[in-house]
Design a protein around this ligand. Structure first.
Ligand code: ATP
Length: 241
């Protein structure tokens, strides 16, 4: 992919007491790349995402977003980022449109007009009837779409996702993959953690495998098939349980 890195880790390290959650990590994700991070529970995937979000402070190295260090300029880097957590939090008593208006206003400093909000909803596949429905009645896939719409509204350069397909049925997962691909085509750099090898292979341009806080594979998704990816993954995980 072309362009300077949008997400870059340089010797990025995190420890909790004596335990190293992330050994020095070097990673570079450019515009339009979809990078899926695989690994067993506790491998360091969420730690990596949380360091880019500046939710936790590194013990060494740097996390850069669009060339800016997240610990030195947290407000500037937040402006470039959109984040979709595994538990997609929205206000259940508000409608989809009201949630989008609220979160887009927080990101932009002012609420976009209704017509723009409806346009954003349509872009992520939520029609006018969904827009006026309370979010308490939304599926997880629909709630994720609101956050994608927020990312579109703020013209985020990077999208970070934790376990985006967990709890989605195959149709909703495929639908969501389509949205990630659209964002990637628009030049957004995407970093997603997942346990879903099949989804990673289908969606990613690159796949990283983490093991005990280290990135042990950094693969071109086009160069590996499902069977070989599964075999490689299991080979790395063997003996770590
Ligand atoms: N707040 C914390 N305090 C202490 N240890 C932590 C903390 N957060 C994470 N860890 C440890 O850091 C390591 C990496 O955890 P992390 O959550 O990044 O793994 P993960 O790959 O995202 O796992 P999962 O697939 O279960 O989400 C684990 O050993 C975990 O126990």
């Amino acid at each position: 992919m072309e362009g300077p890195p949008v997400l870059e880790a340089i010797g990025l390290t995190k420890r909790y007491g004596d335990q190293i959650a992330l050994h020095p990590l070097d990673l570079c994700i450019r515009p339009g790349e979809i990078y899926c991070l695989l690994g067993a529970n506790g491998a360091g995937k969420t730690t990596t995402v949380n360091l880019f979000l500046n939710f936790i402070a590194p013990d060494g190295g740097q996390a850069l977003v669009h060339g800016v260090d997240v610990t030195r300029e947290p407000v500037a880097t937040k402006h470039y980022l959109a984040y979709i957590p595994e538990q997609v939090n929205l206000y259940g008593t508000l409608t989809g449109l009201e949630n989008l208006r609220y979160f887009a206003a927080l990101a932009l400093g002012e609420a976009p007009p209704r017509a723009r909000l409806l346009e954003l909803m349509a872009q992520v596949g939520l029609d006018a009837s969904a827009a006026d429905k309370r979010v308490a009645a939304y599926s997880k896939g629909m709630r994720q779409k609101i956050w994608i719409a927020v990312a579109l509204a703020k013209e985020a350069k990077a999208l970070l996702l934790d376990e985006p397909t967990s709890g989605l049925d195959p149709h909703a997962a495929a639908d969501f993959t389509g949205l990630l691909q659209q964002a990637s085509e628009a030049g957004v750099a995407i970093l997603a953690t997942t346990h879903d090898l099949f989804h990673a292979r289908q969606t990613a341009t690159r796949i990283g495998i983490m093991k005990q806080g280290r990135l042990v594979e950094n693969l071109d998704a086009a160069q590996i098939n499902d069977t070989d990816l599964q075999a490689l993954y299991l080979q790395h995980m063997r003996g770590t349980e």
